[in-house]
Design a protein around this ligand. Structure first.
Ligand SMILES: [Zn+2]
Length: 342
């Protein structure tokens, strides 16, 4: 009876096959492991009458040896088929698969370019909080009590009395710098600002500004003009012309809007410049003595100039982008056009 069982197992082993690691493992469990059929034959030894033990043991050992030989054979077979399939899958002559490389957002690239230009003429970088109190956003900057920017329809207030708001400009950073540093001060403050505006092609409730401030003895309007001439030529090209138009801001006196010659028509007049040949890039002026005094700087000894520009505005003019909303829609077709910018 044992003999028949052993012969049957021998035939099974002879026929066993394995084409992959899973089948190999199944074979190991069935014929090699302690709980395998071969393992059971060994366990049955104790029930065999003593006089038959020797013959039985010999038979079982034969089966065990057969099972192990077969196992080695199958291991080699599975290993060689694995390495064969690896070598056929790998074709070094195939072109590489596409690697999708992202790019820098056009606003980030524009901001970086502006920073580079001003860093080279001695401006450092300063940052401040996006949530501001009334003092840093309005009062220190000479905003009168009844200025429209202090109203709910223009500004996102988080709290009233005392007023806490999302900053409406990065001028608040200049106040913080002047409060904490002694002149000479030459600083550039880029950042995000918030205004309660309806979103359109030309306006957004969130945008980016970069403001510059230079405070020292004997700083004059000529320094302001030369600094901005330098910036305009570096940013938009050597042929760019700059003009200053008198204007009013609460925190500068005198104040001027900064225009550059239209990039599209070169000053001849077109749709973008509405036929004038000029486009506005920002505002500027000599820091109002009240603002200096508010920040603890002696306005008899020190003077300063300040300017502010919208980063979106600069990017739109430089790359002829017609709709402000494109910057925040994250449309890859738009963004990937700027991939080569660093
Ligand atoms: Zn034009």
């Amino acid at each position: 009876m044992h003999q028949e069982r052993i012969e049957a197992i021998k035939r099974e082993i002879a026929k066993a096959d394995a084409g992959n690691p899973e089948e190999l493992e199944a074979y190991r469990i069935n014929y090699i492991s302690k709980k395998s059929v071969v393992g059971e034959l060994f366990a049955a030894m104790r029930d065999i009458p003593n006089e038959q033990k020797r013959a039985y043991g010999q038979l079982v050992n034969e089966v065990k040896q057969l099972a192990e030989e077969k196992f080695q054979e199958l291991i080699e077979k599975v290993n060689s088929s694995a390495s064969k399939s690896k070598s056929t899958d790998l074709d070094l002559t195939l072109p590489p698969s596409n690697i999708h490389v992202g790019g820098v957002h056009p606003l980030t690239a524009t901001r970086q370019r502006i920073i580079e230009i001003f860093e080279r003429i001695g401006f450092n970088l300063s940052e401040g909080p996006e949530i501001e109190d009334d003092w840093h956003n309005f009062t220190a900057l000479n905003f009168p009590e009844n200025h429209p920017a202090r109203e709910m329809q223009d500004t996102f207030f988080l709290e009233k009395n005392p007023d806490i708001a999302l900053r409406t400009h990065t001028s608040s950073v200049q106040v913080r710098v002047m409060e904490n540093q002694k002149p000479p001060i030459r600083t550039l403050s880029p950042g995000r600002v918030f205004r309660n505006e309806a979103i359109s092609a030309r306006a957004h409730c969130i945008f980016h500004q970069v403001e510059g401030l230079y405070v020292d003895e004997n700083v004059g309007f000529a320094d302001l003009k030369n600094t901005l001439y330098h910036f305009a030529k570096e940013m938009f090209g050597k042929e760019t012309k700059v003009r200053f138009r008198p204007s009013f801001f609460p925190f500068t006196e005198p104040s001027a809007e900064i225009d550059i010659s239209c990039q599209l028509c070169g000053g001849k007049g077109c749709n973008v410049c509405k036929g004038t040949g000029w486009v506005e890039i920002g505002g500027s002026g000599m820091v109002d003595p009240n603002v200096l005094e508010n920040c603890g700087i002696d306005s008899k000894r020190y003077t300063g100039f300040a300017f502010g520009m919208g980063i979106e505005r600069i990017a739109m003019l430089k790359y002829q982008i017609k709709d402000l909303r494109l910057f925040t829609e994250n449309d890859v077709r738009f963004l990937k056009q700027f991939r080569s910018m660093v």
